[in-house]
Design a protein around this ligand. Structure first.
Ligand SMILES: Cc1cc2nc3c(=O)[nH]c(=O)nc-3n(C[C@H](O)[C@H](O)[C@H](O)COP(=O)(O)OP(=O)(O)OC[C@H]3O[C@@H](n4cnc5c(N)ncnc54)[C@H](O)[C@@H]3O)c2cc1C
Ligand SMILES: NC(=O)c1ccc[n+]([C@@H]2O[C@H](COP(=O)([O-])OP(=O)(O)OC[C@H]3O[C@@H](n4cnc5c(N)ncnc54)[C@H](OP(=O)(O)O)[C@@H]3O)[C@@H](O)[C@H]2O)c1
Ligand SMILES: Cc1cc2nc3c(=O)[nH]c(=O)nc-3n(C[C@H](O)[C@H](O)[C@H](O)COP(=O)(O)O)c2cc1C
Length: 1432
């Protein structure tokens, strides 16, 4: 008895036993019952000729003898009992793991062909990642054995058989066409393909017969037809009913002579990526496929939630689940019915919106809007349910109140791309994600529309390297106020009807040509006259505009072999830009949204060769000397192929993007597979997708595709001249605006509209900065880009990552901190990019403290640059897939850093790499600015270049000189001009905020207050050096909470002496103690006219002038080149002016001057006494005074309400020690401030530098000099924990200083900690013991702590903590690797890998202060290296 719980296909086959060869197959014994299995099929024998038997089939029955429960001997006897000449009816079961079915078609003479198709029920994934089924006996084509015809002739052919839906498949409602193709959907052409129709007729007679189950005990029960999810009709066996195309039952004898059992519905395997997955005990439940309820009472109430589609070339079966989406409210019936296919109708009703008839109700709009917004947020890789909710509420409210709403720019971009992705007729959809959207929803007249279209054409043409783009004009409010492009495509050739009925030019455009002529266009009566654009704004009568000749790129057609071809004078345009299609997005209608892709060669060939078009085929054939007298010479086919050759050859020779139909269909198949994976299906209109020539030799021909409508979508709409109500221009001849006149008017228009028109493409400039430099650069970049783009600066931390995939142009400016880490405000974005690009890795990292960005750029492949810049040699058309998350993004990155750090600009490199990995298109190689040398110059060069490339890429800024735009680089600052800022003294109703509040506003950070409680000098001896322990009382600020290892940020106060010198130099003698407010002059255009006002500057709070210079602005860092340029403008003395100008170029002169003299603001003003400097200039231009960080040196458990810091007092002389004395701003402030005074501060958690969660893990602490600071908090904490009875692990401390008697910090405290077990081992390195060689911590590590390090760090998962100077940290890192290498006897590489692993696992901790040790020497040597390498 067969196991009924398993899927098994049953086949009934009639075989006539021959006298020689018998039934024509051999059998062997099976271990289980039924016992007989087919082991061989004799070539040319009876079984072979039926094509119905396969090796592995289990024989269940011979005539009336049931073999399912008999012995092998009995079974053989039954088989032998069949006499030669008699027909044996065999019931066979397909071998385990396979399913079979028969498919029968009839040719036009009524002959049946039946195919047995056997496939594994387990899909296998082939090398391309496509799922396919194992088929019996290898490549599945061999299994397409065509079966005997009714008249007994057996044929065996490899031929595809197209299966179509039976009546009972309720999907039939969806089976026909809705879509817009790139194939000239705009003109009434005859149906594009006739072949499919022929094929359709053939397949329309397809019959599929299946029965439901294995027979029980040999009795084949038959039952009525049922629906099952995979679309087969099935019966229970017995008197099977057969379904023809129309679902009519027909007599068995008429059509087939075999029966096949399909898998039962409940045994359908679940779907993964639209491809059947093997059934597993866990995953399979009968309910995994939920039937969708269908109301029709006449049909089954089961509707499939997926539909199986077969590829008849490869045998692959895929399941489309996406179509179920269109069954929701957003769907529109396709117009096809079970008896009527609209596949070949050009503009079927259901694909059109006629504004006169289809007015969308508020409810419908609401439903579509909600659906769209959900789609939009659902599409994001990063979910943001809060934002989605908020946005939905906004949209609903707007529709409720006003009947409509506006899409955000990001939603518009998503909508446009998705509409393209959803267009079933378009073959080039693999590019859907790479669509440039131009948003011109703000225009209000035709001149502005024309300007937008010129921009579109220019961008799209790109000197032949065509780019897909779409331009949006205002959405429909009332169709009588529509914006429309009357031309069906931007570039159309005129058609002139002649009195004799003939047509000169393109017959498709005769009607439109007449419209143009009526509007005043002058006909030229040529064959290829480009028609003007006819544009309508706001429902007004349209205006006509000549397309500037240099924007209408055309290709003259020639043939690679036929010289005469060129003389025929054919040509065609380069850009197919469809302009009469309506975009239907989120319930909103955009009747003017012209878009373009690029041509497929066959389209152009059809435009010229179709009978209803230029109809040139006969001319070509005659030139080729073909016999055109009768069609069987195939002259039409031959000439058409050669015409196609000519088209492809001409476009390729002119380097204009074009696709041949083979590549196009191949890329579509790739897209189809992608879409199945990504969204479980891909709507497609087979009739349109199959190319008009050579259909069956392209892969799409053999692919079943499902046609359905999803929203957003593209819709046809009636020609506007058919219903436009003329306001006055009708029949009044109006001269077409020619380009020269127009250029003038557009220019005027553009300048009137100011930036709104000029800034067409959005540019987002992201920055991350610790000390403010990157922000400055980002702002400068923004100034430059605002000359041609709509640029804005956003801090990485304020950026909502959900927008990233809809950005067009992204510029990133960021520094690197720590030891290759991001600035604090860049951490989240960096982490998110890692997660997006390597979801698995970031998952692995979740347990660790932070992502190591240093490793990201090291392992990534070299720079990828898909150039789309026209100035460079044009790449081969970039027509590959565009499925990466950021496929539409152009980006460029500039990194700020210092070569004194081992990981120079590491974070910028990581961002650059990650954006590239996410498929972003790099406009320019990463720029690097080294603060030690040439940072300004590197930036200015990079900024200019990237602006130029961006302008070229987006075809904007033609009228903008790069030099002029880059003026911001040279200091013609965006914000400074004498009349732009002023100081208001004692302004009315203005009060000075408390300093904490002022600083909080200024730095956009919560700043708290503490009091200096105690200060202790930790050094003895050297007069000139000092390290202090400062203790702050934090009791008044409850928000000051920290853990050992965290940092405190302190806002210092500038030295009084420097402030005094600056105040003295100010030209406008404002009382330094008076309350002042910086004000900015603003002009706004309002409906009432231009309004000018002095408004308070948002940045600087009201304060006294002294407070501003003491607390808010950085006056000690060397002034920037930009500021020097402003000083140059204010200098009265020519020599000073010249010198300032020289320095302001930011080149080597500036670098030298800065390096040697490190002049502060007061010194610069003293060096250039003729500079008339006003307070408003400085207050508007200076950079903020940044906080300084200190590692907290106390435990809050031991010192509640206190924060302690160990501070090295920074003081040095410029010029390598021989110049002026300098004092570090913050350290000297902390050293001089009175006890009891307030400090302004905040806590910065350093999560990656906390004590281990597992307190018994061994810890090795290494910190020379002030690097000991955080370790004091560690040992205090451990002492406290020990007192509390907590079990703690071993701790070894390694400290380094110059001399044990002079700068041995916390000597006594360390001893105390050692005594109580908080420190278990203590080691020192003294560098300046007289007569002794220098000993640094890394030396001691190698010499004295090698065993410990090996034991703790390699064997016991111990932690290492390194704190202080960056060079020291790197030296220690190297020393540690050396120790591991030697002690563990491993290779250098393995040692490095171990350390990297420790970092990734959060066992290796660094707290880097920057370059603090031997600052001058380090900087000097790095600088020298740089200068030398530059010279080389
Ligand atoms: C995370 C972190 C934790 C820190 N923890 C501590 C800590 O616990 N204890 C501590 O003392 N410091 C610590 N620092 C350093 C601290 O933040 C300050 O940088 C330091 O106190 C100097 O600040 P300042 O305002 O006194 O000097 P600034 O006015 O900022 O001057 C310092 C600058 O002067 C220049 N300079 C210094 N020496 C020379 C020289 N010989 N020749 C030429 N130029 C020179 C360098 O450009 C240097 O950057 C930490 C830094 C960071 C980033
Ligand atoms: N002006 C002052 O009163 C004063 C006081 C303290 C600190 N500071 C400033 O603050 C900085 C940091 O001070 P600090 O107390 O933390 O450190 P520090 O006292 O300058 O140095 C601590 C120890 O580290 C050693 N060292 C130098 N380079 C090293 C390297 N690459 N690897 C390992 N060890 C190295 C030093 O040796 P060598 O110095 O012998 O090379 C010294 O033994 C100083 O460089 C100085 O600029 C100023
Ligand atoms: C504590 C500290 C750590 C730093 N670490 C690095 C580093 O690892 N790599 C690097 O290239 N630059 C490093 N720098 C240099 C800064 O990136 C550089 O000063 C930059 O110009 C700062 O720009 P910002 O003001 O935008 O933050 C570090 C600077 C400091 C103060």
């Amino acid at each position: 008895m067969p196991n009924l719980s398993k899927p098994g296909d049953i086949i009934s086959a009639d075989i006539c036993k021959r006298s020689i060869g018998g039934l024509g197959f051999l059998v062997r014994e099976r271990r289980r019952k039924p016992v007989v299995i087919v082991s061989d099929i004799i070539e040319g024998g009876a079984a072979h000729d039926t094509g119905l038997l396969e090796v592995g089939d289990v024989v269940l029955k011979v005539n009336s003898v049931d073999l399912t429960n008999v012995s092998y001997q009995e079974a053989l006897y039954a088989l032998r009992a069949v006499k030669p000449g008699e027909t044996a009816t065999l019931l066979l079961r397909v071998r385990d793991g396979f399913t079979s079915r028969l498919e029968t078609t009839f040719n036009h003479q009524g002959q049946a062909r039946t195919v047995r198709i056997t496939e594994s029920s387990v899909p296998v994934v082939n090398s391309e990642g496509k799922s396919s089924k194992l088929t019996n006996g290898g490549p599945n084509l061999d299994n397409r054995i065509v079966r005997s015809t009714p008249n007994g002739q057996n044929t065996r052919r490899r031929e595809s058989v197209k299966k179509i839906e039976s009546k009972t498949n309720s999907l039939s409602e969806l089976t026909c066409g809705v879509c817009l193709s790139s194939n000239n959907p705009t003109i009434p052409q005859p149906p594009r393909v006739s072949a499919p129709n022929d094929r359709r007729q053939d397949v329309s007679q397809t019959v599929t017969k299946v029965v439901n189950d294995e027979p029980k005990s040999g009795s084949s029960k038959m039952a009525e037809t049922k629906n099952i999810p995979n679309g087969h009709s099935i019966t229970n066996g017995g008197n099977a009913k057969w379904n023809d195309l129309n679902g009519n039952a027909i007599a068995k004898d008429d059509v087939v002579d075999a029966t096949i059992v399909a898998r039962r519905p409940t045994e359908k395997t679940p779907l993964v990526n639209g491809i059947e997955k093997p059934k597993s005990a866990e995953s399979h439940t009968p309910t995994s496929v939920k039937p969708i309820h269908k109301s029709s009472s006449t049909e089954s109430n089961h509707q499939p939630s997926y539909h199986t589609l077969r590829n008849w070339e490869t045998g692959t079966r895929t399941n489309d689940t996406l179509y179920t989406k269109c069954m929701k409210a957003q769907s529109v019936a396709t117009g096809c019915t079970r008896n009527k296919c609209l596949g070949s109708v050009m503009n079927p009703d259901h694909m059109s919106i006629d504004p006169r008839k289809n007015v969308r109700s508020k409810e419908e709009k609401l439903e579509m809007a909600v659906d769209f917004i959900k789609q939009y947020y659902g599409s994001m890789k990063r979910k943001n349910p809060e934002m989605e909710k908020k946005r939905l509420a906004e949209v609903v409210e707007s529709i409720e109140k006003t009947g409509s709403y506006q899409l955000t720019e990001y939603e518009l971009i998503f909508g446009a791309k998705t509409a393209w992705r959803n267009a079933p007729r378009c073959i080039g959809r693999i590019q859907w994600n790479k669509l440039q959207v131009f948003d011109y929803r703000h225009v209000d007249n035709t001149a502005q529309m024309f300007d937008a279209i010129c921009n579109h054409l220019k961008y799209a043409t790109n000197k032949g390297n065509i780019r897909s783009c779409i331009t949006f004009f205002p959405q429909r409010t009332d169709y009588k106020k529509d914006f429309r492009v009357w031309s069906s495509q931007y570039i159309r050739y005129a058609g002139y009807g002649q009195p004799d009925g003939s047509i000169i030019g393109d017959p498709a455009n005769v009607e439109f040509t007449e419209v143009c002529i009526k509007l005043g266009w002058k006909p030229k009566f040529g064959r290829f006259d480009i028609l003007p654009l006819v544009l309508q704004a706001n429902g007004e009568d349209p205006d006509i505009y000549e397309i500037p000749p240099d924007l209408a790129l055309e290709v003259k057609l020639r043939h690679p072999r036929f010289k005469w071809f060129e003389e025929l004078g054919y040509k065609w345009c380069a850009v197919p830009a469809v302009s009469n299609v309506l975009l239907d997005i989120g319930g909103l209608e955009f009747p003017a949204a012209p878009f373009n892709g690029w041509f497929m060669g066959t389209e152009i060939a059809r435009d010229l060769c179709d009978v209803a078009r230029y109809n040139v085929l006969q001319d070509v054939a005659e030139k080729m000397n073909l016999d055109t007298r009768n069609t069987s010479s195939l002259w039409k086919d031959i000439a058409l192929v050669e015409f196609n050759v000519a088209v492809l050859h001409s476009y390729q020779s002119d380097r204009v993007t074009i696709m041949d139909h083979h590549s196009a269909t191949q890329s579509f198949m790739k897209h189809y597979a992608n879409e199945l994976k990504l969204r479980g299906g891909c709507p497609g209109d087979w009739v349109w997708l199959t190319p008009p020539i050579s259909g069956s030799i392209t892969p799409i021909f053999h692919q079943e595709v499902l046609n359905y409508i999803l929203h957003p979508s593209c819709k046809y709409q009636p020609d506007p001249w058919k219903y436009h109500v003329w306001k006055g221009k009708v029949n009044k001849v109006k001269k077409a605006i020619r380009f020269k006149e127009l250029a003038k008017s557009v220019l005027i228009m553009s300048s009137m509209m100011g930036k709104a028109m000029a800034n067409r493409v959005k540019a987002t400039i992201l920055y991350a900065s610790e000390t403010g430099k990157s922000l400055e650069y980002a702002k400068t970049l923004c100034d430059i880009f605002n000359h041609a783009f709509a640029a804005k600066v956003v801090c990485m931390d304020d950026y909502d990552i959900v927008h990233l995939e809809h950005e067009t142009l992204l510029l990133v400016v960021t520094s690197t901190f720590g030891n290759g880490d991001p600035p604090e405000n860049g951490v989240n974005l960096g982490q998110t990019l890692v997660e997006l690009s390597k979801p698995e890795e970031s998952q692995d990292n979740l347990g660790t403290d932070k992502t190591r960005f240093t490793s990201i750029h090291n392992v990534t492949p070299s720079v990828r640059r898909r150039s789309s810049v026209a100035m460079e040699p044009i790449d081969l058309p970039d027509i590959g897939e565009a499925t990466g998350l950021l496929a539409n993004l152009r980006f460029a990155v500039f990194g700020l850093g210092s070569r004194a750090y081992p990981h120079f600009c590491a974070f910028a490199h990581a961002i650059d790499t990650l954006l590239g990995e996410l498929s972003g298109d790099r406009l320019l190689e990463i720029g690097e600015g080294d603060e030690l040398c040439g940072q300004e110059e590197s930036f200015r060069n990079w900024a200019k270049k990237v602006f130029q490339i961006a302008c070229e890429t987006f075809c904007v800024g033609e009228d903008v000189s790069v030099e002029a735009a880059s003026a911001s680089l040279a200091g013609q600052d965006r914000s400074w001009s004498p009349n732009k800022f002023r100081i208001a003294v004692d302004p009315e109703d203005v009060e000075e905020p408390a300093l904490l509040e002022g600083l909080s506003n200024f730095h956009k950070k919560k700043v708290s207050g503490c009091k200096l409680k105690k200060r202790t000098n930790l050094q003895s001896g050297e007069q000139d050096r000092g390290t202090i322990l400062v203790e702050f009382d934090s009791s008044s600020s409850s928000e000051i909470k920290y853990l050992p290892g965290d940092h405190i940020g302190i806002y210092p106060c500038n030295q009084t002496e420097i402030v005094d010198r600056i105040l003295e130099r100010l030209h406008d003698k404002v009382d330094e103690k008076a309350l002042i407010q910086l004000q900015i002059f603003e002009q706004r255009t309002t409906p009432l006219g231009v309004i000018s006002n002095w408004l308070p500057d948002k940045r600087l709070p009201a304060c006294t002038l002294r407070t501003a210079f003491e607390r808010y602005f950085d006056i000690t860092t060397c002034p920037t080149p930009q500021l020097l340029k402003i000083f140059a403008d204010c200098a009265a003395d020519d020599k000073e002016k010249a010198r300032l100008l020289e320095l302001s170029e930011g080149k080597s002169e500036y670098e030298e001057w800065k390096f040697h003299f490190l002049p502060n603001l007061a010194e610069v003003l003293a060096e250039f006494p003729s500079v008339r400097v006003e307070a408003s200039l400085l207050l508007s231009q200076l950079s903020p005074l940044q906080c300084r960080y200190y590692s907290i040196s106390s435990s809050t458990d031991v010192y509640p309400n206190e924060v302690h810091c160990t501070v090295a007092i920074v003081s040095y002389n410029t010029q390598g020690g021989s110049g002026t004395k300098r004092h570090g701003v913050c350290s000297s402030y902390l050293n001089r401030m009175e006890l009891g005074s307030d400090i302004c501060c905040f806590i910065r958690p350093a999560t990656s530098f906390h004590l281990p969660k597992n307190s018994s893990a061994p810890c090795l602490l290494i910190g020379p000099g002030t690097g000991i600071a955080p370790f004091r908090s560690f040992w205090q904490q451990r002492m406290y924990d020990i007192k509390q009875g907590k079990q703690v692990g071993e701790v070894a401390l390694l400290f380094g200083c110059r001399h044990p008697d002079r700068d041995h910090l916390y000597k006594d405290e360390i001893q105390e900690a050692k005594n109580c077990g908080a420190i278990t081992e203590y080691h020192t390195a003294f560098s300046r013991l007289p007569g002794q060689p220098k000993q640094y911590v890394q030396h001691v590590l190698k010499e004295q702590l090698a065993d410990l390090a090996y034991d703790w760090l390699l064997k016991n998962s111990g932690h290492v903590y390194i704190c202080g100077d960056v060079t020291m940290a790197d030296d220690v890192n190297n020393a540690l690797m050396e120790v591991l290498e030697k002690k563990a006897n491993i290779s250098k590489k393995e040692a490095r890998e171990h350390v990297t692993k420790m970092k990734e696992q959060g066992l290796y901790h660094e707290d880097i202060f920057g370059v603090t040790l031997r600052t001058y020497e380090v900087n000097k040597s790095v600088r020298q290296r740089h200068v030398t390498s530059k010279k080389k």
